[in-house]
Design a protein around this ligand. Sequence first.
Ligand SMILES: CC(C)(COP(=O)(O)OP(=O)(O)OC[C@H]1O[C@@H](n2cnc3c(N)ncnc32)[C@H](O)[C@@H]1OP(=O)(O)O)[C@@H](O)C(=O)NCCC(=O)NCCS
Length: 257
Amino acid sequence: MSIELRSGTAADAAACGTICYEAFKSVNSAHNFPPDFASAEEGRELMAMLLSHPGHHSVVAELDGRIVGSDFMDERAPIYGIGPITVDPAMQNRGTGGQLMRHMLDRAASRQAAGVRLLQTGFHNRSLCFYSLVGFRTREPISILQGAPLNQKIAGHDVRPATPVDLMALIGAATDFGRPGFLVPTRNHEVSTWCLKGGLRLVYQMTLMTVGLYNEPTDAGCRRCCTERTISYLPHHRRPERFSPDALAHKNGETDR
Ligand SMILES: CC(C)(COP(=O)(O)OP(=O)(O)OC[C@H]1O[C@@H](n2cnc3c(N)ncnc32)[C@H](O)[C@@H]1OP(=O)(O)O)[C@@H](O)C(=O)NCCC(=O)NCCS
């Protein structure tokens, strides 16, 4: 079996989109999770957008002139972001994904990217092993949450261009959550439990994995600063009861984390 790699073009959107839809659908349904894309058309729309985006590098894998997989890399920041990578379900576990990923990592290295990261679907053991074997390190569990919009406002945090302390206010103000849901660092106990107490449901876990530069979150995803600063902006008498007793205890030095 000889797989050829080449750069993706706008004309590849239909083939890549169909494979993307089928690949995620097969793994999600095998684990009883809802599909990430409602239809193959949604997959094709995403591929069309990525294939024509100047900030994303794309690569497709072909076998005998037929596309059997694709991979994308967002190169707009010093840390590159990989995904989605998908291989035709009938062609998986034969090395195609490895070729696509090695191409991306070689390219990131040649362009001196400070690091590369991706989010791995937590219930998919195969992709966790696959990414680990090509060099990614597991850094952080991330939750995908979904549910009815919270329609909540947090005093002192009117919605405007985001700063880290606005995390909960932004979630609270959302009028809709797109599929499959939105991402919350699972170790951010205050924010993730605040969401759960608001009635949101955990869809599945993802795993933040990286190559190269990685700094532990100290701001946007930070369990401590984010919550402390959010609390400090809340007038005492307006603090919602369910907001975060843990965080308040922490602020008062009552817990160790
Ligand atoms: C993830 C995906 C892109 C991998 O592509 P692939 O062509 O199947 O991958 P490869 O065959 O190149 O490599 C798979 C590797 O994982 C290893 N592996 C798979 N399951 C494993 C397990 N349970 N334990 C240990 N290793 C495992 C294989 O041995 C192989 O390693 P090797 O090349 O060193 O032998 C493909 O399976 C896919 O499209 N999945 C559906 C979509 C998806 O999940 N995308 C990723 C989103 S997070």
